[in-house]
Design a protein around this ligand. Structure first.
Ligand SMILES: NC(=O)c1ccc[n+]([C@@H]2O[C@H](COP(=O)([O-])OP(=O)(O)OC[C@H]3O[C@@H](n4cnc5c(N)ncnc54)[C@H](OP(=O)(O)O)[C@@H]3O)[C@@H](O)[C@H]2O)c1
Length: 277
């Protein structure tokens, strides 16, 4: 396989597209960017590039895969970066003779380096390009994990769906209690400050993306049911008026997480130190 690969990024005008343009360009590859208003069209990159990357919102990625998939040939790679994998991997696989690979970088566009970052790979079709991308990412220090699209989406219902849902609901709580930065940060603890920053981080970015990570993941409703039942349990155990039931509830949870709590304490201490350095 040639060392220098031509890579066409559809949506390369967007935040992740720009990030991967820099990444692949720094690795010595030739990158073409295509968007709805660029001179280089989707058809150009589908016909000319070894690798075509869909870095657009999920609905657009599915429809573009149907448009350009049939234009691509054996020996090329069609891949995507969408945050949900089932629908797009099926659509790419069904619509092209090219190799197909679903990928999900589990980091955002403000990340300095790929080193240490997780990337999920969902192979669709073909081995050759899979090995190429594994090498491109792993050689720069990314941590790769291969899984099928359904398993990926089930995990993301928790990793992204639940995480962002709880952040949004905590934000709503603060809003209802009129606790904005001006009247709450002066008496915040480090942990509250981190949570407050995570709220701001979400609302400073693309709300449609966060919304889609919750409401386009069909597994999220089940996760939410579990979460609501956990809140009920927590309320009963901690507000029952019997101190012991709160202790038992929390000890039971600690038993599940075991030694990872000590590691998490060390890791979170680093975050707190960085916050004040
Ligand atoms: N942001 C993250 O943290 C993150 C992390 C991992 C994965 N992802 C995934 O990466 C993909 C891109 O996300 P992003 O954050 O880079 O989004 P973005 O900044 O909004 O960029 C996406 C690009 O897609 C194009 N686009 C937008 N709407 C479109 C439509 N309806 N039809 C066709 N093209 C459209 C736009 O390019 P033109 O206007 O030039 O056409 C835009 O620049 C998404 O699938 C997302 O789930 C995002």
């Amino acid at each position: 396989m040639n060392k220098i690969i031509s890579i066409g990024i559809i949506g390369g005008t967007g935040s992740m597209g720009r990030w991967f343009n820099n990444f692949f360009s720094a690795a010595g590859h030739k990158v073409l960017v295509s968007g709805r208003t660029t001179d280089i069209t989707y058809t150009d990159v589908a016909k000319e590039c070894n690798v075509v990357v869909l870095s657009v919102p999920l609905t657009a990625a599915v429809s573009i895969s149907k448009e350009i998939g049939p234009l691509m040939r054996e020996g090329q790679l069609l891949m995507d970066m969408c945050s949900l994998k089932e629908e797009i991997v099926i659509s790419m696989t069904d619509n092209t003779k090219a190799d197909v690979l679903g990928t999900h970088p589990l980091f955002g566009p403000f990340t300095d380096s790929i080193k240490g970052q997780n990337i999920v790979l969902c192979p669709g079709k073909g081995e050759r390009w899979l090995k190429w991308i594994e090498n491109e990412y792993a050689s720069k220090g990314a941590v790769l994990c291969t899984m099928d699209p359904l398993t990926h989406d089930r995990h993301m219902a928790v990793v992204q769906g639940l995480t962002h849902f709880t952040t949004i609901c905590m934000a709503r709580t603060l809003q209802k209690m009129n606790m904005d930065a001006g009247n709450v940060l002066s008496c915040s603890t480090p942990v509250f400050k981190i949570n407050y920053n995570l709220i701001g981080r979400l609302f400073a970015q693309d709300l449609d993306l966060y919304k889609s990570l919750i409401n386009k993941n069909k597994n999220f409703k089940d996760v939410l049911e579990v979460f609501i039942s956990a809140m009920d349990e927590g309320k009963n155990a901690l507000l029952s008026g019997q101190d012991e039931s709160g202790t038992l509830f929390m000890e039971n949870i600690r038993e599940f997480f075991k030694d990872s709590c000590k590691d998490a304490l060390k890791e979170s201490n680093k975050i707190i130190s960085a916050l004040y350095s």
